[in-house]
Design a protein around this ligand. Sequence first.
Ligand code: AHM
Ligand code: MG
Length: 337
Amino acid sequence: MKRVSLTQYLVEQQREHGRIPAQLRLLIEVVARACKQIAIAVNKGALGDVLGSAEKENVQGEIQKKLDIISNEVLIEANEWGGHLAAMASEEMDSIHVVPNRYPQGEYLLLFDPLDGSSNIDVNVSIGTIFSVLRKVGHAPGVSEEDFLQPGKHQAAAGYCVYGPQTMLVLTLGNGVAMFTLDRETGSWVLTQSGVRIPADTREFSINMSNLRHWAPPMRRYIDECLAGTTGPRGKDFNMRWVASMVADVHRILSRGGVFLYPWDQREPDKPGKLRLMYEANPMAFIVEQAGGEATNGSQRILDIVPEKLHQRVSVILGSSNEVQRATRYHTENGAA
Ligand code: AHM
Ligand code: MG
């Protein structure tokens, strides 16, 4: 079998589809290289002294793990000198990181969750890196947080790397979804699947069931009906999977279908959800839609949401389209919630 590397894939996308300007190609290659470096740190585990807490809090009041901080630094250092970026934003940083003056400024904005699934780091379960790419619009000099506040439908690219039994990079440039597997012997990303499609129907849902009593009625209705199985209104049995790493749960859905839900919860009524719009929901929604699935917040397509702030949170329903539509309909029909 002829092996296609990530570089070859990107060059061909550029040539055949005219989809990737040189700066974007460089950006994807640099992010992919940084993910390799993070994968090496993840694999070392206790031997590399990378496990455990860093005993610091991020802007959202969450305790950071050592690997959260290492991964953030790897991504910043890898990306700031290449001339492809104007600025970066991260789940682990309070404010944006503008490319220092000593380097040329490019036209792209990179957003990332450097290490998603932090609670799984110390227990040797799959974790990942999620990234989203926007273009800086307008020619005004300088760059500010405002430049990042674009709806997800304007993403130029998005992807994630999953550090699991295999290390894989999943990418969309708005032209379908491709998956690459890291060949550890040669150190290269090899294309292992393209044209990824999520089946419209599924019998598998993914949600943290321990929060059931705190959800709004439409979400409880949707899950209750799945749990009722063959004798309930859905007339079929459902299976459940919850890794608690969004990358791993979304990767399973891209591989065999399913629906992922992280809903609003009445304990903190002013918080729309746990997950972050700009670093988690938008890139995953872009990937899922490019694979034929759908993604909403219960009332609106995720990619249409106009962000008000960088660290904004959102409810998420994504995956197989018929299930996303059903769960969304329960939220929007008369008398819901
Ligand atoms: P993180 O970015 O701090 O790791 O949090 C996001 C993660 C998601 O990967 C996952 O879907 C969710 O949090 C799990 O939450 P819970 O522990 O409530 O099940
Ligand atoms: Mg995360």
